[in-house]
Design a protein around this ligand. Structure first.
Ligand SMILES: *Cc1c(COP(=O)(O)O)cnc(C)c1O
Length: 340
């Protein structure tokens, strides 16, 4: 069979053999009664890593974001967020449907926000506009190419929004940690709530964790129940998440290294896109190209499988199941790419 390298997302990763073993032998109980030791251990470990008092295990990253919105806003409020964030563009309008909130959007082409633009949006409140109840940041910021937030920029943002809470969509927080050397707890200290996915680069099959102050996490448990996300012997999946958090974060550096090699090849072959390979700091190659869909489908025919994330934007994501030989194969296909 000819080679097929799946770079659509880091969500395609298979659980490791150690994870399957841990899942098979996990001590479990009914988490509805708070009796699943493995779930509790996972929640404690994540809370400790991000420096928050409590955490809640949830089925998905989308649910973590949606719960954060429900505990930090009231219907009719505004959420200040970047145009292209997951919460804004990739959750099927869930914030409106679940929480009755609207977004006040700022430019996030580079991943971060301009403070002057943020101030303009916040000041709308003095001109008969709705209250901005919370600010959402994405770290790493996926659509810009997995860009980690600069800690100083994040702290500046936090210092300029009054008492409003920040929710950090840290689906790929550990990619940011590995790329910048900034500890997860330092990033999270600017945020009231923070979530991370266990099912992406960390290779667990299912689940995300949301952390924050204890009273808010008590509310989060109620909202999780309302959304149908409370689980029973969930230690079976939490066991894999525990291994993801405790053993799989350092290896993300390998994904970053592979993405950098791909970024250089893409930038060279598709120079018309003006893609700067140095903008690829973690595991995501994303750039704009007028013929994005054609580019993706022609590369797929040659065994390099990516995706589009907007009509003219392509994305290729590295992960644990991409080998060095796979990267060489992809680079070859990119270099030899032709438009027919
Ligand atoms: C994947 C992702 C999510 C959602 O996670 P799911 O587990 O797929 O629901 C949220 N935010 C960002 C930035 C993501 O990349």
């Amino acid at each position: 069979m000819s080679r097929r390298v799946d770079l659509r997302s880091d969500t395609v990763t298979q659980p490791t053999p150690a994870m399957r073993e841990a899942m098979a032998t996990a001590i479990v109980g009914d988490d509805g009664y708070g009796e699943d030791e493995t779930v509790t251990a996972l929640e404690h470990l994540y809370a400790q890593i991000v420096g928050k008092p409590a955490a809640v295990f949830v089925p998905s990253g989308v649910m973590a974001n949606q719960i954060a919105i429900r505990i930090l806003t009231k219907p009719g409020d505004l959420i200040l967020a970047g145009h292209t964030q997951h919460m804004v563009s990739f959750e099927m309008g869930a914030a409106a449907r679940n929480s009755g909130v609207q977004f006040a959007l700022v430019d996030d082409t580079s991943g971060a926000f301009e403070l002057s633009e943020v101030q303009q949006v916040l000041d709308g409140e003095y001109d008969h506009q709705p209250h901005v109840a919370m600010v959402s940041v994405e770290n790493t910021h996926m659509p810009s190419g997995g860009t980690p937030w600069d800690l100083a920029a994040l702290e500046k943002l936090a210092g300029s929004i009054g008492t409003r809470p920040i929710h950090m969509d840290g689906a790929r927080l550990f990619n940011a940690v590995v790329a910048t050397g900034t500890p997860a707890a330092s990033y999270a200290s600017s945020a009231t709530t923070v979530m991370s996915c266990l099912s992406k680069g960390l290779c667990a099959p299912v689940g995300s964790v949301l952390a924050g102050p204890s009273e808010l996490m008590d509310e989060a448990r109620i909202e999780r129940k309302r959304l149908g996300g409370a689980m029973r012997q969930a230690g079976i999946i939490a066991a894999a998440g525990l291994l993801g958090l405790s053993t799989m974060t350092d290896r993300l550096a390998e994904d970053h290294d592979k993405a950098q090699h791909l970024a250089l090849a893409f930038a060279e072959r598709f120079s018309e896109s003006e893609y700067n390979p140095m903008s690829c700091q973690t595991n995501i190659v994303a750039f704009s190209h007028e013929r994005a869909r054609e580019l993706v489908s022609l590369l797929e025919a040659r065994g390099v499988v990516g995706d589009t994330i907007a009509p003219t934007r392509v994305r290729f994501v590295t992960h644990a199941d991409v080998s060095d030989a796979d990267v060489d194969f992809c680079i070859d296909a990119i270099r030899n790419f032709t438009w027919n």
